[in-house]
Write a protein that binds this ligand. Structure first.
Ligand code: DLL
Length: 430
């Protein structure tokens, strides 16, 4: 099922909708947000200069630091009396990034998320357990409104308290799990520890995951563990929260709600706009947000855009899986390494589980990497030959993909930290 007609507009119709909304947004920020008025003036751009969609390139870019510099409400285009909700995401240092919503924004948000959960397979017949953390984080409440919009019965479970999650899941007949992929894997593990089989003893059909990346191998792991159809969603607080893009059942990229979010891909070093299919940093302009319209936000997430019509019937542009962030990319001896590349290798290696940790450190002047991996079967630790063989196998696979050598440490099952929210897998000790 397709939730909204706007998901099937032909390219010309979509471009017309986008241009009209873009012009309106630029006019509004010029009038209402001093930060944007001066940024536009500095570039010598007036709202009337936006005549075609390509003129988006005339607009200034926005970066996370701009939120910090204008903390807490400096980027807002409306006064507090028009706001009905705040959210925030943890800043890497110091103050959080604050975002706000008008009543119409909440409506837009529910609509955008409603489309995504529909394309993931969820309908009014489903019981959806939200295991994202409630609070300032946009994940839980954002998904809740969208799921309620399509009529699913929502369990606002929040994250943590895993055994209780499982009890509710069983007793309420949960059919859709809404969480980070890493937490979903952890819940499955606890289900097994409690003597149950996640596939047979529970009724999950859908996994609507997001908030962090997951590889194809991770999807397979999740689908096999739970017997579900798993899709992934992308979003970020500065733009709205969840609701920017998500996978349909054809699983060929995440459809962007592009009548609300205009995407561009740029070379993160030069800022030059790249073409269809080329990988670079995702830049998004919001064109329907009232409280917090954002021009050309540099997400730091690396992806590519694909415009051909999807098998599902939707015409909206799709973005490929996030390959990493331009700022969590590790540079090891001059080689760029994304944690997702390592994950892909590990999850395709027999004998090891989906839990791992990447440590980066210096030995003398050289960058070194250590990958700590949990075994599926602890008995391997008792056999020197098996241990050696597995270590060599992982090392060789990583070398092929990354082009560098890494130290491999195999540890017993259940020794690495588990996460209820977004997993933190990279420890940079440099
Ligand atoms: O994580 C919003 C969200 C919640 C989306 C729940 C989907 C589901 P933030 O906390 O602001 O917002 O974090 C945004 O998380 O820039 C990406 O680096 C990362 N991220 C989010 N979804 C994905 C994904 C929410 N599917 C940051 N794949 C983004 C890879 C993702 N990274």
């Amino acid at each position: 099922m397709i939730w909204s007609e706007n998901e099937t507009l032909d390219r010309e119709q979509m471009r017309a909708v986008q241009l009209e909304r873009l012009q309106d947004t630029v006019k509004r920020v010029y009038e209402k947000v001093p930060f944007y008025r001066s940024a536009l003036k500095e570039k010598g751009v007036e709202p009337g200069d936006i005549k075609t969609l390509e003129d988006i390139r005339l607009l200034p870019m926005t970066v996370k630091q701009d939120f910090r510099d204008n903390y807490p409400f400096g980027l807002f285009a409306v006064g507090k009396d028009e706001l009905v909700r705040f959210h925030a995401s943890s800043g890497t240092t110091g103050k959080p990034t604050v975002v706000g919503y008008t009543r119409n924004d909440l409506n837009t948000w529910a609509e955008c998320v409603g489309r995504l959960v529909t394309m993931a397979g969820v309908t009014y017949k489903d019981v959806a357990q939200i295991s994202f953390g409630y609070g300032l984080f946009t994940g839980a409440l954002g998904l809740q409104q969208g799921l309620e919009r399509v009529g699913a019965s929502v369990i606002p479970m929040s994250s943590g308290n895993t055994k209780k999650q499982i009890m509710i899941m069983k007793d309420f007949g949960t059919t859709a799990l809404i969480s980070t992929p890493s937490y979903a894997l952890h819940i499955a593990e606890v289900v097994r520890e409690m003597g149950m089989d996640p596939k047979k003893d529970l009724s999950l059909k859908w996994g609507v995951f997001g908030g962090e990346g997951s590889t194809e191998a991770m999807r397979k792991e999740l689908q096999d563990a739970w017997g579900i159809f798993a899709t992934e969603n992308y979003g970020m607080s500065e733009l709205i929260g969840p609701g920017v893009s998500g996978e349909c059942q054809a699983l060929c990229g995440m459809h962007i709600n592009e009548d609300h979010f205009i995407p561009e891909i740029i070379d993160p070093k030069t800022g030059q706009v790249l073409g269809e299919g080329e990988a670079g940093e995702l830049v998004i302009t919001t064109v329907t947000k009232e409280a917090l319209p954002i021009l050309r936000y540099r997400t730091k997430d690396i992806t590519s855009l694909h415009y051909e019509k999807c098998a599902c019937g939707r015409t909206t542009v799709r973005m490929s899986k996030i390959q990493g962030r331009s700022d969590d990319m590790m540079v090891l001896g001059g080689v760029n390494v994304f944690p997702s590349q390592i994950e892909e290798v590990l999850l395709n290696t027999p004998g090891i589980g989906p839990h791992y940790q990447i440590k980066v450190f210096k030995k003398g002047y050289l960058d070194k990497i250590e990958v700590v991996v949990e075994l599926v079967d602890a008995s391997v630790l008792d056999s020197y030959t098996q241990l050696e063989a597995l270590t060599r196998d992982i090392k060789a696979r990583l070398r092929t993909v990354l082009g560098i050598d890494s130290k491999i440490t195999l540890v017993e099952p259940r020794t690495l930290e588990r996460f209820e929210g977004k997993a933190k897998r990279v420890i940079d000790l440099r």
